[in-house]
Structures are given as C-alpha cells and as structure tokens.
Design a protein around this ligand. Structure first.
Ligand SMILES: Cc1cc2nc3c(=O)[nH]c(=O)nc-3n(C[C@H](O)[C@H](O)[C@H](O)COP(=O)(O)OP(=O)(O)OC[C@H]3O[C@@H](n4cnc5c(N)ncnc54)[C@H](O)[C@@H]3O)c2cc1C
Length: 385
C-alpha cells in the first residue's frame, strides 16, 4: 500500500474526491464498454455530472459553478484517469473552456454560458486544429468576416474532443487572414439549430474510443458579433497561450494517475499469475521492472504535485508546465509498455485494463501541444536564460 499523500490535499477535498470516485464507479465505469462501441458517451452523463457538482467545480458560484479552485479540477482529473474513463472530456469542458469564458468573457457572456455548462445543459468543446494546421496554429485557415452585427464563418476543424455532443464550441478563427498570431480570434458558437454548421463522422482512433472526437464544418455560419470572446479582435492567440500552463498541467496530472493505476494493476496481476511453479512476482526481472515503474511513477507524482503547488501560488511558468506535460506523458507510455509486457499475451487483450491504457495513453504525447513543441518551449526558455 502506498503511503504517498498529496501535499495539497485537504479534508474537504478528500470528501469531494470520495463523492467523485463513487460517481465514476457507479455511473460511468459500467457504461464504458457501450460508449466505446458507439464512439460517444450517452448525453445523459453530462446532466448527471452536473447534478453532483462535477462540472465547472472551479468556477465561482455566481456563475453556477462549484466555487472551488484548480485543486477541485485536479481531483476530478485524477479520479477520471484512475477510473480509466475517458469517454467525456471534463478537462476540455470545465478545466479549459469554462476558464476561457471566466477569464476573457464579458459579464453577459459569463452569465449566458457558464451556468448552463455547470448544469450539463451545454457541453463545451474547443476547436483549434484544422486538417492543415495543428502545431502551427497561427496558420489556421478558418475565417470569420464581419458583416454588420454578425460574423460569417467558413472553414473546418478536425480532431475535436466532445465534438458530437458540443452545444458550445470555442472556435479559433482568422479575423485578419493576413495576420499570423495577431489575426486569430476566439468566437463562441451555440451549435443548436445553427445554419451552416455540420459535424462529421466519428473519427476512428486507436484509443480513447468512447470519446466523441469529430470534424466540424462551417459553411457561411452566422454568429452575433457579441459572441467574440473578449471584445477585441486578434486577441485569440494570446488568450490561448495564457491558459496553457493550467491545461498542460491537467494532462500531466492525468498521465500520473494512469501510471499509478498501471503499476497497481500489474502488481495485482503478477501476484496471482504463475509460471514455472511460482508467481511472476517472485522472479527477479518482474520485481526489478515493477520497482523501476514504481520509482518513475513516484518521481512523476512528486514533480507534478510540486507544479500544482506552484500553480496555486500563481508561480507555474510556461516552461515548467511544458516539462511536466512532455515528461509525464512520455513516462506514462514507457511504464505502461513495461507493465503490459509483464502481463504476457493477456496484456495484448483489450479485456485487460493494461491493454486499453496502452492504446488510450498514446495520444498524451500528441495533443495539448505535442511533446516536440513542449521541448521547443523549454529550449526557447533556455536560450533566453
Ligand atoms: C484524440 C485527439 C483529440 C484532440 N482534441 C482536440 C481538441 O479538442 N481541439 C483541438 O483543437 N485539437 C485537438 N486535437 C488536435 C491536437 O492538438 C493536434 O493533433 C496536435 O496539436 C498536433 O497537430 P497535428 O496533428 O496537426 O500534427 P502536426 O502539427 O502536423 O505535427 C506532426 C509532427 O511534427 C512535429 N512538429 C510540428 N512542428 C514542429 C516543430 N516546430 N518542431 C519539431 N517538431 C514539430 C509534431 O510534434 C508531430 O510530431 C486532438 C488530437 C487528438 C489525436
């Protein structure tokens, strides 16, 4: 039994965690097989999550949120990853999008969208990536042209998490097609009955198969000009950049939670599986591999918790968050690979959690800013030193 305790945990957060854990155990895990088969969660889960205060937990109560802080999102993220339930992205909905609105939205925008996101009436998504522009976000081609009191949007996005259910999509658009970063703005789309807005097919992914990841298309979509996030055009790139440490830290927190689960699953497995007349755990290679994995998970946990403490103190810088993101997602894949090996052929069977972890975790090195981009961020900071 691990004796590690989170340095930021409080008795109140423990109660909150127990509630969230019960929710995943009873309302989410039993449905994961079905959701994976249909490539999306049932819509009802969003409402249920809203009812127990799991959505927008870190948004002030005056906007319908839970009145908590980043630590509440961290607890939710840990529990979701511990449960290996990644069919609906709470990180995108609450941890990221709600905070864009809170930070940059007008009072009217906050009142209009945050309470509905907190209740689960509205599901949120963020649409930045395009078929021809992922890492190089400044090169997006989706345009929004001002026409009287409206913007007219044309273009398309791909790989959009929560995209099938999303009622509220924050779309990165070019309001100045000639401008690079300074030409980017964030426009909020309320998708219900929105003319010219279309969702594509469910994308066939190697992992996270219950997650609704889709393409979005905009064909002369008209939205009121007041849906511009913040009131100034050309601020989108800076707005996205400013929120990155928190977003990347959430990915790191999730990666460490999965790593811990992988070690636990594997320990249980090698205790009961026998070969050559003895349990696998009695063999030196198994013991040493497990010791290495546990060490890696513990170092990752310690570093990430230090980042959480720094973030709460307002001191987590972009490069340290980038370090946490690339290193934990890389180590997660490494640890899971070793753990899968210790399962033998059963590790390759999807009915075993370690096989799903292997497929689900791979994307951690790609999204949220690829790990190569993270190293660029760190290298640039080194250059400046
Ligand atoms: C399951 C999933 C969910 C996603 N969810 C969302 C979402 O909700 N919203 C959204 O907007 N996007 C989402 N994405 C997109 C994701 O953020 C992008 O895939 C990612 O940013 C990489 O962009 P790309 O795929 O276009 O790869 P590219 O940018 O084409 O990169 C290809 C390779 O080149 C490398 N590379 C690129 N530039 C450099 C450089 N300067 N130096 C060194 N190497 C470089 C990359 O690291 C990568 O290895 C999701 C992706 C996936 C797979």
């Amino acid at each position: 039994m691990s004796t590690y305790s989170f340095p930021w945990m409080t008795p109140d957060l423990e109660l909150f965690r127990d509630n969230i854990r019960r929710f995943f155990d009873s309302e989410v895990i039993p449905h994961e097989d079905k959701w994976r088969a249909q490539h999306h969660p049932d819509r009802a889960i969003w409402r249920k999550a809203g009812e127990i205060g799991m959505l927008c937990a870190s948004i002030p109560e005056q906007y319908g949120g839970g009145g908590g802080d980043f630590l509440h999102e961290a607890v939710i993220c840990i529990e979701q990853n511990r449960a290996l339930s990644n069919s609906f992205s709470l990180n995108v909905h609450s941890g990221i999008l709600a905070h864009y609105i809170l930070r940059y939205g007008t009072e009217e925008q906050k009142q209009r969208w945050l309470p509905k996101m907190a209740s689960g009436e509205m599901v949120g998504a963020i649409a930045m990536t395009e078929p021809s522009a992922g890492s190089d976000l400044q090169s997006i081609k989706t345009t929004a042209v001002r026409d009287g009191g409206e913007y007219v949007i044309n273009g398309g996005k791909t790989f959009i998490t929560n995209g099938y259910h999303a009622d509220l999509v924050c779309v990165a658009v070019k309001t100045d097609p000639q401008g690079k970063g300074r030409g980017v703005s964030l426009l909020m789309l309320e998708t219900r009955d929105l003319k010219g807005f279309r969702r594509g097919r469910f994308l066939e992914k190697i992992g996270q198969r219950g997650q609704d990841t889709v393409e979005l298309f905009f064909d002369d979509v008209r939205v009121p000009a007041e849906n511009l996030l913040g009131q100034e055009e050309g601020r989108g790139f800076a707005q996205l950049m400013e929120q990155l440490p928190q977003e990347r830290l959430l990915i790191a927190i999730g990666a460490v939670a999965v790593m811990q689960r992988a070690v636990q699953e594997t320990t249980d497995y090698v205790r009961q599986r026998e070969a050559f007349g003895k349990p696998l755990i009695a063999m030196q290679n198994t013991r040493f591999k497990l010791a290495e994995c546990k060490t890696t998970a513990t170092i990752a946990q310690t570093f990430v918790d230090q980042c959480v403490v720094q973030l709460m103190a307002g001191r987590l810088d972009v490069q340290t968050a980038a370090m946490a993101k690339w290193w934990t997602t890389q180590m997660n894949c490494q640890v899971i690979d070793e753990c899968l090996q210790l399962h033998g052929g059963y590790g390759y069977m999807l009915e075993y959690p370690i096989a799903r972890m292997y497929a689900d975790s791979r994307v951690g090195k790609i999204y949220g800013g690829s790990n190569e981009i993270m190293k660029e961020v760190i290298a640039r900071a080194i250059e400046r030193e």
